[in-house]
Design a binder for this molecule. Structure first.
Ligand code: NAD
Length: 322
């Protein structure tokens, strides 16, 4: 490769070294176009190893930005810290920023971010890791449905997301706020692959926020439909599935997000099926295409600021648990 062809690597600062940071590090380490410039976490975390080295580590983002000029900041911190860290990142750096989902924990924070757009290029720089929209079974189902206008509109979606966070006790609420805050945004970003979201029809939160039920109205192929979204932490295992019903044609598309599989059926007939080779860990299967999209010249709109605004308007239209 000649000097002129050499492309400078993307210098990444990773903020928050908790559970999901491990997936970011795995996918970033696979990419030859990336260097990990520094890490940040105020907690007692193990030093991060990246390609055999240990990048400098800081207790706060401000301190890290005093000495580094990253191209990309990844915010993988508890949900309620996103808004404040984003503001620091926008005002104290020129980096693009990939924020873990959900972008913000309330509508006031979204309004504050919008207000910053004049000062800092919020729309051009802020991306949200709506990773569920990149899951292979979601991709498969979206392509299948696009190829079948003859199936008519999606009339009902039923989606149930369970996580074993009851075992993590209060720590789960500190990191993820509530099952709706954590899973609702995944369900909504997944839905945007299939339908146009309209608004919340009804919402009920139980188990002090560890469980939720939300009905969301949408439009599909010019007609109205409803998505019924259930989420709960009251379980010992993870399980996430969604079913899309095409009431006109009697077709049903069933996707299992835990197994990353799917099938389509009508009456007793199997129309299509999808599986995988079992070699790729689930979150890596989400974040690999997400990063590929972010680093491409044209990031997928689902990680862009406008999608996050639309999703947040519905996601944060309902109150948090007391
Ligand atoms: N765990 C998952 O499977 C998962 C999947 C996708 C998205 N997410 C999202 O990622 C975010 C983090 O989740 P997690 O599971 O990794 O949480 P976590 O609690 O395991 O880790 C968060 C880390 O951030 C650190 N932190 C707290 N405040 C900080 C600050 N001001 N600056 C720097 N670091 C700070 C904490 O010390 C901790 O190490 C949440 O918004 C969550 O919704 C999590």
């Amino acid at each position: 490769m000649t000097q002129r062809e050499r492309v400078e690597p993307v210098r990444v600062g990773l903020v928050g070294i908790g559970v999901i940071a491990a997936t970011h590090l795995t996918v970033l380490a696979e990419r030859p176009d990336v260097e990990l410039e520094f890490t940040v976490d105020p907690g007692p975390v193990e030093p991060v190893e990246f390609r055999g080295g240990r990048p400098p580590h800081y207790g706060g983002l401000g301190e890290a930005l005093d000495g580094h000029r990253p191209d990309l900041l990844v915010l993988a911190t508890p949900t309620e810290t996103h808004a404040e860290l984003l503001t620091t990142a926008l005002l104290r750096s020129t980096a693009r920023i990939l924020v873990e989902k959900p972008l913000v924990h309330d509508r006031a924070s979204l309004a504050a971010l919008r207000a910053l757009d004049g000062k800092s290029d919020v729309r051009g720089r802020v991306f949200t890791a709506h990773h569920f929209a990149f899951s292979p079974e979601v991709d498969w189902a979206a392509d299948l449905i696009a190829a079948h206008p003859d199936w008519g509109p999606v009339t009902t979606v039923t989606s149930a997301f369970y996580d074993p966070y009851v075992l993590r006790g209060p720590e789960a609420f500190a990191s993820y706020v509530s099952s709706w805050t954590d899973s609702g945004v995944n369900q909504l970003s997944m839905l945007t692959r299939f339908v146009d979201l309209v608004g919340v029809r009804s919402f009920r939160q139980t188990d002090s926020g560890a469980s939720a039920w939300c009905a969301v109205d949408f439009r599909s192929r010019g007609e109205a439909g409803t998505a019924r979204l259930r989420s709960s932490w009251l379980t010992g295992s993870s399980s996430k599935e969604s079913s899309l019903a095409f009431g006109r044609s009697g077709v049903e598309v069933w996707i299992d997000h835990t197994a990353m599989t799917g099938f389509a059926a009508r009456d007793g007939e199997l129309l299509a099926a999808f599986g995988n080779d079992g070699r790729t860990e689930r979150k890596v299967a989400h974040y690999r295409p997400l990063y590929a999209s972010l680093f491409s010249g044209r990031p997928d709109p689902v990680i862009g600021f406008e999608a996050a605004e639309r999703i947040t308007a519905i996601h944060r239209a309902v109150p948090d648990p007391e």
